[in-house]
Design a protein around this ligand. Structure first.
Ligand code: S3P
Length: 430
């Protein structure tokens, strides 16, 4: 057997966890700090591999970034001080780094080249290279800019109005980051609302924008000012323990300081709609992002339909929701989620394949999956993350309720977003 992690079933999960900083917000804090004037301090930064790739890229662009554990200091000298990198920018496994940085590189006054790992090489980049070219960017890349490696010859861009065919915060953010360094105004119109951390952070750094429903507009040539950012706990990481608390017998888990931005709380809506025992309290706002503490207890659950505008609000939580649904009474149907096919893996395929190995009754559809809950008990076996951090964590929680031993191959991928995941699981397992 390859290098693997053994996880056995647990009798209950009890205790308190402070999940690591939000991945989306950590990326953006480095990017905004790097293009602002003055010092930015980022606290509770996620030290996952994805966000470290963002730091690495901005260092290669000449930005001074000082790291003291999870506190990051960025000495911002403004967008125009970014320098032509003499090395290739390597985004690792991070789609957010790739797509957002392309917006900035397109508006720069230099040449750059971007690569990533095997998974990044399969992920669609045309969704950003096409609108950026419409703004005037000179971009080349494999299959004419559809995939990495991608090269950019930066230059002067003009604002556009772009009706995005997908509800994607990465697409929206890439265009907005280019837009604030273009001439004229830039508007992005989404088919459904995606996470709005870029919009909130732009304001925190002194920028201007206007939001009208699904339409976001920024003025060009904006100068941003460094600030202090306290990164909230990542609800996408909390999601694994929210589900674990609901499905493991005799459990009660308290999750502290979790970001509850409404564009991210689809997982909470799903848990409530399935009948989970969950309470949210101590709500407060830090750096224009709402946070709270959340308690979840073992629950009896019912299957539901998950579709439409809810999907972008829980897109990263679908693997763990699929596991949740295996423990709910009746059928759960997930629709309108074809975007899952272009995540770190094809998450329709990897979720169905790996949960089926454990004995779940689950079927793939064109745009989601159908899960027949409580049809059989899950059984431990050899499973594989396929290099996808969220598949790895979902399988570890599945192992907690499975008979026998589960061996997770490629479990190391988990450090992309939650390096302390197994320590936290051990801390609450009985
Ligand atoms: C992210 C947006 C989402 C999400 C990803 C992080 C972001 O991707 O799946 O993990 O930080 O903007 P899309 O924008 O492609 O849906």
């Amino acid at each position: 057997m390859k290098v693997h992690k053994k996880v056995t079933s647990v009798s209950s999960l009890n205790g308190t966890i402070t999940v690591p900083g939000d991945k989306s917000i950590s990326h953006r804090a480095i990017m905004f700090g790097s293009i602002s004037i003055g010092k930015t301090i980022v606290r509770n930064f996620l030290l996952g591999e994805d966000c470290l790739s963002t730091i690495d890229c901005f260092r290669k662009l000449g930005v001074e970034i000082i790291q003291k554990e999870d506190e990051i200091e960025i000495i911002g000298k403004g967008f125009n001080a970014l320098k032509e990198p003499c090395q290739i920018l390597d985004v690792g496994n991070s789609g957010t780094t790739a797509r957002l940085i392309l917006g900035l590189l397109s508006a720069s006054n230099f040449y750059s080249c971007l690569v990533g790992d095997e998974s990044i090489a399969k992920r669609p980049m045309k969704r950003v290279t096409e609108p950026l070219r419409k703004m005037g960017a000179t971009i080349d890349g494999r299959e004419n800019g559809k995939f990495t490696p991608i090269t950019v010859r930066g230059g002067t861009l003009s604002g556009i109005t772009y009706p995005s065919p997908v509800a994607s915060a990465q697409v929206k953010s890439s265009i907005l980051l280019a837009g604030i360094h273009s001439t004229g105004t830039t508007t992005v119109i989404e088919p459904n609302k995606s996470r709005d951390h870029t919009e909130r952070m732009l304001k925190a750094f002194g920028g201007n924008l206007s939001i009208d429903g699904l339409k976001v507009t920024v003025a060009g040539n904006q100068n941003l000012i460094g600030t202090e950012i306290q990164v909230p706990g990542d609800i996408s990481s909390a999601a694994f323990f929210l589900v674990a608390g609901a499905i493991v017998p005799n459990s009660s888990i308290l999750l502290k300081d979790v970001g509850i931005n409404p564009t991210r709380t689809g997982i909470i809506d799903v848990l409530i709609n399935m009948g989970a025992s969950i309470s949210i309290f101590n709500e407060r706002v830090k750096n224009s992002e709402p946070i709270a503490d959340i308690r979840v207890e073992t629950s009896s659950l019912n299957g539901i339909e998950i579709s439409g505008e809810l999907i972008p609000r829980l897109i990263d939580e679908i693997p763990i929701i699929a596991l949740l649904a295996t423990q709910a009474k009746g059928i759960t149907t997930i629709k309108d989620a074809a975007e899952l096919k272009v995540k770190e893996t094809n998450r329709i395929d990897t979720v169905v394949k790996e949960l089926s190995k454990m004995g779940a009754h689950i079927k793939a559809t064109d745009d989601g999956m159908v899960i027949y809950g409580q049809e059989s008990d899950l059984k431990g076996t050899v499973v594989n993350s396929h290099g996808d951090h969220r598949i790895g964590m979902m399988l570890a929680i599945a192992a907690c309720i499975s008979k026998g031993e589960t061996h997770i191959e490629n479990y190391e991928a988990i450090s992309v977003s939650y390096p302390m995941f197994f320590e936290h699981l051990d801390h609450i397992r009985q």
